[in-house]
Design a protein around this ligand. Structure first.
Ligand code: SAM
Length: 238
């Protein structure tokens, strides 16, 4: 049987995946390992590790309680596709934008989405600071997600400008985040957000607890944000 760890974890998350979907995850695993031999995509390439650290961790977004069906979702700093691609495999009706600044990773994302037969996936090879100024993307998104890209204050400036008022932004974090949240309070408010909830996630397969930091967009983002490329990380809003 393929992907035993993912099967158990998905069940624990309340997800009922078909054999076709498990087949897509299996293919994704093989593409990840193959491309990783050419350039560095991830440090985790063992069969169980990918199922837990990448696939299940990405799917733990369901613990947010959001109904993903047919949402327009953007994954900011998608890297090798996490969490966006596993979410798309599990919820094929979402419209997914994978935003990734590094050209080679963007090529991997495009080829992988095609190889898995996924429709409704757009790969954007750009920096968030630039893409968020494009009318097609600014305040047009229902759900922004991001894992392992920046500290929460910086991340808010990269992600909240994409969210329409009423949309949700989820930052996937691990470890101690109380001070990170404290530092991000000003950024959340300035950019039109409101901290809704911090949800602790612990899954049997995951080595350490994670948090979903859930932020609602309650007001429009002022037009001066995001600032130009690199500034949100160099000089976070405080
Ligand atoms: C550590 S990787 C994490 C990748 C993936 N989210 C994951 O959890 O496996 C961070 C990724 O974010 C991308 N990135 C960082 N800053 C960015 C920005 N301002 N706009 C777009 N992508 C960015 C990097 O190129 C890199 O691929």
């Amino acid at each position: 049987m393929i992907l035993p760890t993912l099967r158990t974890g998905a069940e624990e998350l309340g997800l009922r995946l078909s054999e076709e979907q498990f087949g897509q995850f299996e293919k994704y695993f093989h593409l990840l390992v193959e491309w990783n031999g050419r350039f560095n995509l991830t440090a985790v390439t063992d069969y169980t590790g990918v199922q837990t650290t990448h696939f299940l961790d990405s799917l733990s977004l369901v613990k947010s309680g959001i109904d993903f069906e047919s949402l327009k979702v953007i994954d900011i700093g998608a890297g090798a596709g996490f969490p966006g691609l596993p979410l798309k495999v599990a919820f094929p009706a979402i419209k997914l934008i994978l935003l990734e600044a590094t050209g080679k990773k963007a090529v991997f994302l495009k080829e992988t989405a095609a190889a898995l037969g996924l429709e409704g996936v757009t790969v954007l090879n750009a920096r968030a600071e630039d893409a968020a100024r494009q009318p097609d993307y600014r305040e047009r998104i229902d759900l922004a997600v991001s894992r392992a890209v920046a500290s929460l204050d910086t991340l808010c400036e990269l992600c909240l400008p994409f969210c329409r008022v009423g949309a949700t932004f989820i930052a996937m974090k691990k470890g101690e985040i109380a001070s990170e949240i404290e530092y991000a309070k000003a950024a959340i408010e300035t950019l039109g957000g409101r901290l809704y909830e911090v949800k602790e996630i612990s899954l049997a397969g995951l080595p350490d607890p994670r948090q979903l930091v859930i932020i609602e967009k309650i007001k429009r983002t002022p037009p001066e944000y995001p600032r130009r490329s690199g500034i949100p990380a160099k000089n976070p809003l405080r």
